[in-house]
Design a binder for this molecule. Structure first.
Ligand code: GLU
Ligand code: MG
Length: 666
């Protein structure tokens, strides 16, 4: 979830006097890094997924399930093994990192996947073994699920039991529902973020999620407050589930994919092209219909996290006239991006951007081109929340820590990531961040492979999916609605468009200006599977790409299974987890049609999900009948064959390039 640095974190009041200094140096660091590394060429596609997991514990006698705050203990063991491997020179197959909550862990492959097509066949196997690695450390009655837990903040939702301390002046969150003990305690970052977000905002965060109104839901629905609380009395809205802690959002789990681009131009281009795809994936992966044990009227976590880290002051939210702050800001620091960053795309930037003129000037004087300067300056309207006393003074030519502290706490649907200052093997990268984590590794692998294959299609066919960026913001809203995948309509490009200009950052003259006739509203099924006349569909495009690629039989079979599955999710033949969970609750004998999902239902729900996730039972409604041919390793014959094809292609390209072009008459 961001930068993990060691040191003594500063409180908000201590940070305040250093803000301008940190921003100025953060920008200087970015400028130096950019110029030092902008010429990097030829990095190959490498990519990796991040899966966040929730550790749970069953009480089979009481028929209850709780989150288990044992992440720190498990991580200590996993990290110790990682270090031993590193010392003896054994490759780590997985890497484990802390996440926001004391009951969460995050796992990634130990080394990134490469550009070979055969890599798509090892992803799921890596995820399966990764999960097994954590499972072996669990105690009796514990389990690990890749879900956002539906009862966060409900009475007594953790083991060990922990109490809320809303009156404690030193408390991090001071929530009336979510105890600070449920925040990961093994690193100061997390509690400090909670505290500083509250400090900057000037009050607790406030999350109101529309409740799902069932036949017996009280009208109006007024959320129960366990103790009287001034903030709650002021902020809780009728007909909404009310929550007041960062953990309600950042304690949810997701699935992210980061990939390395060939160079900075390609990274910027892909950032833009994938931005309009993010709401589509959010709707298609919807998995979070229950919050604090109530059925919500949304299917995903997005707006909840957004509100859970919303550090804007009342002035910045537009409730009182500006005085101490400089801008009214429309979005939280966790939200969708407001601007494209590739020069050709600027015509589609129709959201007015707030940024500090001085910072923008610093970037422009540092020779950062206009679109990128605007993106960085706009991110830098957010203040640093994580500053370490010992690390204020830095060598801006070597460190990017001040830049990263702001970049890594701008949690947007996409992230453009410069290479680290000190690791030469990592290039310019882009992170795709909205996807809700799926219950099974088959699904998680399918979503990841889909996104990565889509990047290959975009790059190979130079497709463009750009929409006016305000339409992406609107699509993110639509994507969260209940059953958006079945009923929602999304702005999307009419027909297929490709960008015929070469990826030359300096040429923007030939770029098409947006035309309203290019944008239509489509259902997810039409976007994924095609609309039957103008738009061929993302999956058919991927298939077309695969037909021209050299893929071994097993990998092709696995990819087909993933794509068929995605197509059926899109068409509604297979349910999203959100839909399936709602149906489970509605069919449960203890459900009283009043939106409340009691302990027993949550217990049965988690057990059913656990059985599906472990493969003990198969749920066709959720998964269809697909099975991949995933393998632990790429067979060496396949690797050799693919590598020699790549070398052959490169040689043919090089020799073609060295011949005089026949069309060139000059
Ligand atoms: N858990 C957060 C989410 O569900 C993401 C945190 C991160 O950026 O790693 O989106
Ligand atoms: Mg994470």
């Amino acid at each position: 979830m961001g930068l993990l640095t060691l040191g003594s974190p500063l409180s908000w009041d201590e940070t305040y006097p250093h803000i301008d200094y940190i921003k100025k140096h953060g920008i200087a660091q970015f400028i130096m890094l950019y110029h030092r590394l902008k010429g990097r060429q030829g990095d190959q596609l490498k990519w990796g997924d991040e899966i966040e997991y929730t550790i749970i514990k069953y009480d089979h006698e009481a028929k209850k399930v709780r989150v288990s705050n044992r992440a720190e203990e498990l991580l200590n063991r996993l990290r110790a093994e990682e270090e031993v491997n590193a010392m003896v020179g054994t490759e780590n197959r997985f890497l484990w990192r802390p996440e926001f909550a004391a009951y969460m862990v995050e796992g990634t492959p130990g080394v990134p996947y490469g550009g070979l097509m055969a890599c798509f066949n090892v992803v799921e196997s890596n995820m399966i073994r990764r999960r097994a690695e954590i499972v072996r450390l669990l105690k009796k009655d514990e389990s690990v699920l890749s879900i956002s837990f539906p009862s966060l903040g409900a009475p007594d939702f953790t083991v060990p039991k922990s109490v809320v301390t809303p009156e404690d002046p030193d408390g991090a969150g001071r929530s009336i529902f979510f105890p600070d003990d449920a925040i990961f305690g093994g690193h100061p970052r997390f509690k400090n973020l909670v505290k500083n977000i509250r400090g900057r905002r000037g009050e607790k965060v406030c999350i109101n999620v529309p409740v799902f109104k069932d036949t017996n839901t009280p009208f109006p629905f007024l959320d129960k407050l366990p103790v009287p609380d001034v903030d709650a009395e002021r902020n809780a809205k009728p007909d909404h589930i009310y929550m007041d802690h960062m953990g309600f959002g950042m304690g949810c789990c997701c699935l992210q994919v980061t990939f390395q681009a060939v160079n900075v131009e390609e990274a910027r281009w892909l950032y833009d092209q994938l931005t309009p795809i993010t709401p589509i994936l959010l709707a298609l992966s919807a998995s979070t219909p229950i919050f604090k044990s109530y059925l919500a009227d949304v299917d995903s976590r997005w707006d909840i996290i957004s509100a859970s880290v919303d550090d804007r002051t009342a002035e910045e939210r537009g409730f009182v006239p500006l005085d101490k702050n400089k801008f009214v800001l429309n979005k939280s620091r966790y939200d969708s991006t407001d601007c494209y960053i590739y020069p050709c795309s600027v015509g589609y930037n129709d959201i007015p951007l707030e940024f500090d003129k001085k910072i923008y000037q610093q970037l422009r004087e540092g020779d950062i081109d206009e679109p990128l300067a605007k993106h960085i300056a706009h991110m830098f309207i957010r203040d640093p929340l994580q500053v370490y006393r010992e690390r204020l003074e830095q060598d801006d030519s070597k460190s990017t820590e001040h830049f990263e502290t702001i970049q890594s706490s701008n949690w947007m649907n996409m992230r453009f990531k410069p290479p680290p200052p000190d690791a030469s093997e990592i290039g310019w990268r882009v992170e795709f961040r909205p996807t809700e984590v799926q219950l099974t590794d088959f699904e998680n692998a399918a979503y990841c492979c889909f996104v990565v294959l889509l990047t290959r299609v975009i790059v190979s066919f130079r497709l463009t999916f750009l929409l006016p960026i305000s339409k992406v913001t609107e699509n993110m809203k639509r994507a969260q609605k209940r059953d958006a995948v079945l009923n929602g309509k999304f702005f999307f490009r009419r027909g297929l468009a490709n960008c015929d200009t070469p990826p030359d950052m300096k040429k923007t003259a030939n770029c098409k200006t947006p035309d309203n006739n290019d944008v239509v509203e489509m259902a997810i099924a039409e976007i994924i599977n095609g609309d039957g006349h103008e738009f061929p569909g993302l999956v058919p495009l991927i298939r077309q790409f695969l037909d021209s690629a050299d893929v071994d039989v097993d990998t092709r079979c696995t990819i087909s299974q993933y794509l068929n599955f995605i197509q059926k999710r899109a068409s509604g033949e297979i349910q999203t987890l959100a839909h399936w969970m709602r149906e489970f609750v509605h069919n449960h004998s203890e459900y009283k049609q009043d939106s409340y999902v009691n302990d027993r239902i949550i217990y049965d729900l988690c057990k059913s999900m656990d059985d599906i996730s472990k493969g003990i039972s198969h749920c066709e409604k959720l998964l269809g009948c697909f099975r991949s041919k995933t393998e632990q390793l790429i067979p060496s014959a396949v690797r050799r064959a693919e590598e020699s094809l790549i070398v052959g292609k490169a040689l043919r390209k090089a020799s073609a390039a060295s011949k005089p072009s026949t069309n060139n008459t000059s």
